[in-house]
Structure formats: C-alpha cells, structure tokens
Design a protein. Structure first.
Length: 212
C-alpha cells in the first residue's frame, strides 16, 4: 500500500515523541564525544515541528510535510544537527516532489536523497563515525528490499533495522569528522549520537508505515 500524507504526519509525530523520550540518552552519548547538546537540540527542533503540522492544507503532499520539517529544523536546531538533518528532509522533499502517495521506489528515493544530502553537507563517508554510518546501511537495505519486491512498510523496516545496526557499529570506530575527531582513539567505545538519532527516526518511519 502506497504511503501518503497521513503516514508522513504520523512519522513526524512519532519522531517527535521518540526524540523526546530518548533526549537524555542522546545528550549522554553526545557528552562523551561531542558538545553534549544533540538530544536537547533535536528535541527542540521536533517540538517546534509537530505543532506546525496542524496548519498544513488538507491537500498537502508528503513532500510538503517533509519540507516543513526541513525548514523548521534548519531554523531551530543548533549545532551540526540542524543543517544536516534539515538538508536531509529538504532533499527528501525534493526527491518525492508533489506525489500524493509514495510507492516502494519513491520510499527508496526519499531515503537515498536524504542520505546524499547529508553527505553533500557534511562531507562524511562510511567509517567516519557519523550519522552516515547509519544512513548508508539503511539506504542499502532499502534498495535491496525494494528490488526483492518488498512492500513500502517492509522496505522501511529493513532500513530501520540496518540503521540500528549501523549505529551500534560506530562504537569501535575512530571519528574522522566533527568534534569527536579531536578525541582520536579516545572516541573508541562510544556510539555516535547522530547515528543513534537516525536509527530512532527511521524506526519511527517504519512504525508509522506498519500502522498505516
């Protein structure tokens, strides 16, 4: 079943809820290798996003909702997370265009564009101990699932599972980007907070699709 505006809104609301719930955890992860403000910044951003969903027009598209998330995160989230996640949602919005519903190929395009936007903005690669270490496995899993004929919810479930594994896999890495890169080998053993928040956001997308 193709995913429309109701799925997109549910995804965003679930994202706000999970980020609020995991706020302290994300702060703790970031305190170990960053500025310690990732959880607070992400929570602030999504708490600003969610009320704005109520003013979207009835004929709004998934792309319209994603663009709203993008502009709000960019304007309200501090640190690196605002520009990076904001760019992800903006590129995702562009990728899906004005389509009222998203099929499996469009879901893959959404995820791919989001990841590519982050790469373009942050210049990170897989293995740098950043959110890309969650996004790229997620995209790869989505591509494989779509090619195998999976449904939209199955594609997102595969992406979320891969993102979660990717976040865990950042723990033994040495950071090569951001503030964590200044720590050298002292960053080993700590999970990247951006990768973890990515996993939560993609799980919210999968949960919303399952409930659609």
């Amino acid at each position: 079943m193709a995913l429309g505006l109701s799925w997109t809104l549910d995804w965003i609301r679930r994202s706000g809820a999970v980020i609020a719930d995991k706020r302290v955890e994300l702060i703790t992860l970031d305190r170990a290798i960053g500025d310690g403000d990732h959880g607070e910044n992400m929570d602030r951003g999504f708490q600003a996003v969610v009320p704005k969903l109520d003013v979207l027009d009835d004929d709004a598209t998934p792309g319209d909702a994603l663009k709203l998330v993008a502009t709000t995160l960019i304007s309200t989230v501090g640190g690196a997370a605002g520009p990076l996640f904001g760019t992800a949602y903006l590129k995702a919005a562009i990728a899906v265009g004005s389509a009222p519903e998203l099929d499996g190929a469009a879901v893959v395009a959404l995820l791919t564009a989001a990841r590519d936007g982050i790469v373009l903005r942050g210049k990170a690669e897989v293995g740098d101990k950043t959110m890309i270490d969650a996004w790229t496995p997620a995209v790869d899993a989505a591509v494989a699932a779509e090619a195998a004929g999976a449904s939209e919810s199955e594609i997102l479930a595969a992406a979320a599972e891969a993102a979660a594994a990717g976040a865990v896999a950042t723990e033994p890495l040495v950071a090569h980007k951001g503030r964590a890169s200044y720590l050298g080998e002292r960053a080993i053993g700590h999970r990247d907070p951006g990768a973890q928040s990515t996993a939560y956001l993609l799980q919210a997308a999968a949960d919303a699709a399952q409930a659609a």
